[in-house]
Design a protein around this ligand. Structure first.
Ligand code: CMC
Length: 388
């Protein structure tokens, strides 16, 4: 059709200009607003990194404290919204609950839907950042048949999430500082990743001038698939299956290479990285440190064997397939006490500031147009409706 170019999966088509995240996939480089991910992982916090992504600069100490205080004041959900959690079946997938609840937030905050009103977008930003961890912990507790806890103003965003998830109403909660730090680090690593499937979804939905809640809700659904954020729980299922079938790593790799039943090495490969995913390198180190404390972990051993076998195998070398961020995160989340259906929810909490930053950039960019890809039509030529 004329000069339309077919690019299935947008392998080579840029949909926007962006000043948020830089990736060099050949060199394995990731930067948020120019800062290398390794330095942010070492020195920043999730709160500060979120500010950096959303507002474009690192905050001063006062700006960070003000951001923190604002978020602490918005963590509560409207009481009526708790009824939502009773409506879902107990075994509902928490990603579906998360997306539905974010969509529902939009019904409670109809005053802030105008995407071209900066104040509306700002208050929606704060509400989403503050409330998503509350929603996530409620999805978790409902699935466990436990009562819901109120957020506490004594805690920051990540601490609050841990309290609401693992705290007990009748017991004093001992916050595990190492756990909070490790989760904070994982959230930093997930905070943005330029135009991936879920972020492109947020931008595409937002380009129709849909509000922030609607756009983020769509992004959560996009993240849920096993080729995207859902890979972190798929990796754990894969490792568990290999272990239960006798732990034969070489045989599993053979089946992957032969594409038997479409089996893939989950947590491997990436559209952009043709080198080691820099996030995976940091996660791997963290996994070792954290899991070493808990003693032997047969699944970690299996994961390392799988990685080594794959990295030395021509199939993976030729295709430049390396471990991605999801390869080791599931093991860490499991050791923290999360069931596997919560892993992708954790990814969503981490990715939220990136989605918001991208939405804000899109909506304020004068070059933005409604997203409307073209197609190459391969259907029937014109034909007449039969006379009956
Ligand atoms: N296991 C086995 N073979 C693979 C894998 C894998 N994990 N990934 C890619 N390949 C093969 C693929 O079959 C193809 O081979 P051939 O040329 O013989 O047909 C070749 O490598 C190129 O792969 P592709 O499917 O064209 O690559 P893509 O850029 O379209 O897909 C991907 C990227 C991430 C979807 C894919 O690598 C994959 O499915 N990986 C497993 C799922 C996963 O770990 N996803 C998480 C991605 S990172 C974080 C996130 O986004 O959430």
């Amino acid at each position: 059709t004329g000069d339309t170019t077919l690019d299935v999966g947008f392998v080579n088509t840029a949909s926007c200009q962006s000043a948020i995240t830089y990736i060099d996939g050949e060199a394995g480089i990731l930067r948020y607003r120019g800062y290398p991910i390794e330095q942010l992982a070492e020195q920043s916090s999730f709160l500060e990194t979120s500010y950096l992504l959303i507002y474009g600069q690192l905050p001063t100490a006062e700006e960070l404290a003000a951001f923190d205080q604002r978020l602490r004041r918005h963590t509560l959900l409207v009481e009526d919204m708790k009824n939502f959690f009773d409506g879902f079946p107990r075994d509902a997938h928490p990603m579906s609950v998360l997306s539905s609840a974010v969509s529902a937030l939009g019904t409670f905050y109809q005053d802030s839907h105008d995407p071209h009103d900066p104040e509306a977008v700002e208050i929606s930003t704060i509400r989403l950042m503050a409330k998503l961890p509350t929603i996530a912990s409620y999805a978790f507790r409902k699935s466990q048949g436990q009562s819901l806890l109120y957020p506490s103003n004594d805690y920051n965003l990540v601490e609050n999430f841990l309290w609401m998830t693992f705290g007990q109403p009748t017991e004093q909660y001992e916050l595990d500082a190492d756990l909070a730090k490790a989760l904070d680090l994982l959230f930093i690593l997930h905070a943005d990743h330029e135009q991936n499937c879920s972020t492109s979804t947020v931008r595409l939905v937002g380009s129709s001038e849909a509000n922030l809640f609607a756009s983020i809700s769509a992004g959560i659904h996009a993240l849920s698939g096993p080729l995207h954020g859902g890979a972190n729980s798929a990796v754990l299922s894969m490792l568990t299956k290999i272990k239960n079938e006798g732990g034969d790593v070489a045989d599993f790799v053979r089946r992957v290479k032969n594409k038997e039943d479409g089996v893939k090495l989950m947590g491997f490969g990436h559209r952009v990285y043709k080198n080691y995913d820099p996030r995976a390198a940091i996660v791997k180190k963290t996994a070792h440190e954290l899991l070493a404390k808990a003693g032997d972990n047969p699944l970690l051993d299996l994961a390392m064997q799988l990685e080594q076998t794959a990295l030395e195998d021509d199939y993976f070398v030729e295709r430049k397939l390396y471990p991605n961020v999801d390869f080791y995160t599931g093991l860490i989340y499991e050791s923290m006490g999360f069931p596997s259906n919560m892993f992708t929810v954790l990814f969503a909490i981490g990715r939220l500031p990136g989605w918001i930053a991208q939405y804000r950039e899109m909506i304020t960019d004068p070059a933005t147009k409604i997203g409307r890809p073209r197609q190459v039509y391969v259907g029937s030529p014109a034909r007449d409706y039969p006379q009956r």
